[in-house]
Design a protein around this ligand. Structure first.
Ligand code: SAM
Length: 360
């Protein structure tokens, strides 16, 4: 892989001292000071020469250096803490017009205009993931809400994902990283596994030992790369959403019941809402993305248990006996399997919701 030699810069550790960048506990800042690790992070994220990159939370710039070494075309960094601005200046100079620093909060920051202004080419969603990347080693309490924001944008093809299936690589507390990638019927499987795997294919890249950070965090860190799905679970989700909004302002259980033939409606509605732990009496606009993912997961499973159910529409009430022989009588499989349901129809493992630890 071609690399770009940066002009001489002070060693990262000296840099931190020169600019008095004492890690602030308040922003949970743990810097990655080992360039072997930052290079590994950038390589395994798939950042290649010619790439357009956005780095979130560059801090003193360890990952930024490794990105710039990769002969990338352009790197934009978004940093909340103003103290890093002077420290990033030498990197801007060394970058030969490839590094641009933005002061802002990643949770509110809109990346799309940066790439629009830079005339970054747009790619078709159906193309292979482009050589464009989002990357960041962030405080854990930011990484979790940020991934929800990004998954939402991915599913809507907005923000950076208006440019194609741009991969995203983030660090998380190891336990959270494992849950995000949690496979079916494992103890790691949790709500965040479904939410993430519904729109993206998260891959656990590697673990970063605590000693690679300054100061050393109390827990180990895992790196996860998300590649947006070519086609999220649209068929099932679309059907659930259509029924959810069947009756404006009516309780959700009345809407969900319309997905099933009369003789199954009470049982399967109960199963679905208990699985997703949705209050049957709330209205559709109060449903969160996680609840939607869980309801869709359960409905997908029900459709496989009762072939033909997926094609059932309450307007024409055709019997499942008839529908089950039609093409597409069960939803398509999209590369990951839905969680197993036990005999009550509910997966016990899914009931662990403590997936957002905030301690670093
Ligand atoms: C854990 S430090 C890591 C710094 C650097 N990426 C590294 O690996 O050495 C997290 C960085 O994210 C920044 N940060 C925290 N919250 C942020 C936010 N909401 N938006 C942008 N940057 C943020 C912090 O100021 C800090 O520089």
């Amino acid at each position: 892989m071609a690399s770009h030699k940066l002009p001489p810069l002070p060693a990262l550790r000296d840099f931190v001292h020169i600019y008095r960048l004492t890690a602030r506990k308040i922003l949970s800042q743990n810097y990655l000071m080992d360039m072997n690790i930052t290079r590994k992070l950038v390589r395994s994220a798939g950042i290649e020469p010619g790439a357009y990159v956005v780095e979130i939370g560059p801090g003193p710039g360890g990952i930024t250096r490794a990105i710039l070494e990769q002969s990338i075309r352009r790197c934009d960094v978004i940093e909340l803490d103003k103290r890093f601005m002077p420290a990033l200046e030498p990197l801007v100079e060394a970058s030969e017009n490839r590094l641009f620093v933005h002061h802002g909060d990643a949770l509110k920051f809109d990346i799309e205009p940066i790439w629009m202004d830079a005339k970054v080419p747009k790619h078709d969603w159906l193309d292979e993931p482009p050589n464009m990347h989002l990357i960041g080693n962030l405080p854990f309490d930011i990484a979790s809400p940020l991934i929800i924001k990004y998954l939402r944008e991915m599913s809507r093809r907005r923000g950076p994902w208006a440019f194609g299936r741009v991969p995203l690589t983030l660090t998380f507390q190891l336990e959270v990283a494992k849950r995000i990638c949690g496979k079916i019927s494992t103890l790691d499987r949790a709500r965040i596994s479904l939410v993430s795997q519904y729109v993206a294919e998260p891959k656990f890249l590697f673990e970063i030992p605590g000693r690679s950070f300054t100061p050393k965090p109390d827990v180990a860190v895992g790196v996860v790369k998300f590649v947006p799905r070519f086609e999220p679970l649209v068929q099932v989700v679309q059907k659930v959403v259509r029924h959810l909004f069947m009756y404006k302002n009516k309780e959700i259980h009345k809407c969900i019941k319309t997905m099933y033939p009369d003789d199954m409606a009470d049982d399967l509605t109960h199963e679905l809402l208990s699985y997703a732990r949705v209050d049957p009496n709330k209205t559709s606009h109060n449903v969160g993305i996680e609840e939607l993912a869980d309801m869709s997961a359960c409905y997908d499973k029900q459709c496989r248990r009762f072939p033909g159910l997926f094609l059932y529409y309450f307007e024409d009430k055709q019997p499942l006996e008839f529908l089950k022989n039609k093409p597409n009588a069960v939803p398509r499989v999209y590369g990951f399997t839905m969680p197993e349901l036990n005999k009550e129809g509910i997966s016990i493992k899914e009931f662990d919701t403590k997936w957002i630890p905030t301690e670093r």
